[in-house]
Structure formats: C-alpha cells, structure tokens
Design a protein around this ligand. Sequence first.
Ligand code: TRP
Length: 329
Amino acid sequence: METVLSGIRPTGNLHLGNYFGAVKNFLKMQHNYNCYFFIADWHSLTTHPTPENLHDNVRTVLSEYLAVGLDPEICTLYVQSDVPEISELYLLLNMNAYLGELERTTTFKEKARSQPENVNAALLTYPTLMCADIIIHKANKVPVGKDQEQNLEMARKFARRFNRMYKKEVFPLPAPFNFGADLVKVPGLDGTGKMGKSEGNGIYLSDDPKVIRKKVMRAVTDAGPTEENQTPPEVIENLFTLLNIVSSPDTEQYFRDAYAKCTIRYGDMKKQLAEDIIAFTTPIREKINDIYNNSDYLSEVTRMGAEKARLSAGKTLKEVRQLIGFKSF
Ligand code: TRP
C-alpha cells in the first residue's frame, strides 16, 4: 500500500472551503493509503519566533481534524515536535542542501521580504525540514496546494541526491497527490473567487450561529433578475453553489426556480442558507469543543501518534545512519 503524508500548519481554523476541499479527501485517503498526518509546529517557529499560543494552536488544529473525522486508529496522526528523529534527518539532509538552491526558493524569498527583521536559518532550510518530514516515512505521495509545489520539488531533489550519493534507492521520490475532480471549490461570500483564509471571506466550522448569520446576511448579491430564465451572475451562482453544498436538493431547486421566475427574494435565500450552514456545522462545532476540552483524549491520541510515527521514523533513520557511515564501537 502506498504511503501518503501531509503536514498541517498550526495556524487558523478550518473553514467550509477546507472542509469540502482537502479535508474531505484526507478522510477518504485514510482508508485507501497508509496515511501520516502531522501538525508542523517546528515549521511554525520559522515565522512565529515567540509563539505565546503555540500549544493552543496545536490543540485547536488537532481538535478540528479529529472532530471532522481523521481517525487516529486508522491513520498516524502526530505532532512534528514529538518525533525527534525528524530533526536528526533534517540535520543530515542539510549537509547536502546548498545555499544557492535554498535562496532561490520562492517561499523563502517571499518570507524574507515579508519579515526582513527575521530572515533566520530555519526559514532558509524550510525545504530540508519539509523533505525530512516526508522521506522519514518514505512517503510516495504528498497532497499539496499550489504554494507548496516548489517545496515538494525540492524534497524530490534532496531525496534523489541522497539516493545517488549513497548508491541506494532508499527513498521513493514523493509525488504530488492530485485530487483532480474530487476537489470541490467552495465559493466565498464576497462575490468572486473561492473561500480562503487570506481572502477573509470564510465561514469557519468553529463559528457560532450568530457569526454565521451575520456573515451570510452580508453576502454580496445584485439587484435581482430582470428577465425570466436568465443566467445568474457569479455572485448569485456562488450562493446557489453554497446551497448545493449544505442544503437539501429541493432547497437549491426552489431558489433556482424562483430566480428563473424573477420572484426570488435574496433575503429569504440567505436566511435559509445561514440556517442550513448552522445545521451542518453545529454538531461539528460541539465535537471540536468537546475534544478541545478533553486533555486525556488528546494526550492519548498524540501519545499513540508519536509512538507509531517514531517506529517508522526510527527504522528509516537507522538505515540512513548506516549508509552515511556511522558505526557503534
Ligand atoms: N509547508 C506546508 C504548508 O505550509 C506544511 C508542511 C510541513 C508540509 N511539512 C510538510 C506539507 C510535509 C506536506 C508535507 O502548508
């Protein structure tokens, strides 16, 4: 069975776009692949050097992924900093990672520009740490968004370099996992484009009903249809798409028909949409809160995750040490 691995940054909360996008696919993948999912808390230190809320961010992200259905009995779910083997492989990979290629990485150049006061060495070697994350479990596939494609390319390069140097195919070259048609694009409420954190147009699984109503009622619309059966503009089609995602098929059809007949009242449609989103997110939000407050459960999950991850990582590291030439006396 192929191994799939993904790192999750411990920043922010899951919104509906994440849920119906990558997260849905993670939930499916855990049944079809040998999956490793981890919270990349070391990586977060490269941009947040003094994170007062480091632990809380990790706890939040873990609670959310567990609440939506990542099953720690099926996949290996762990916190990066619980697996010291990764840091050793990172150190070893850095011996063969060159300044020039690291400096040319787009994510490094962007970060160096956005935080000129803190262009630290770990920021520069972010791709080697990411490579260590991936190859320590000999992962075959990594689901990554556009912004991480180059980092994955670097991981392949470092893995290939290692195999060549030590004349052994130790590491499979990690390929991007392509969701293809399975990736549902959830639109934002601001008229155009998709829901995203940086766009600031997200509805979060952790939002309470009041917040959801407020966000939905403020969604951008237009002056309304002027002729029967006209094609709705993007701002309106986006609301239909959201209904399609969270409401019953009749509800979507009802408002599509009303639009076609020019009898639609956007206020009613938004109210319905808000209530349907609330009905969808409420059980998840309650689950997030339960898990977040259950330290015993979280401690058990992370202990189990670290144990499984360290077993796999330890095996790889042993092989790596031998190949490099470390020997015990
Ligand atoms: N860099 C990734 C991001 O910003 C997170 C990450 C860290 C990751 N290590 C990884 C993703 C390994 C995939 C594989 O989203």
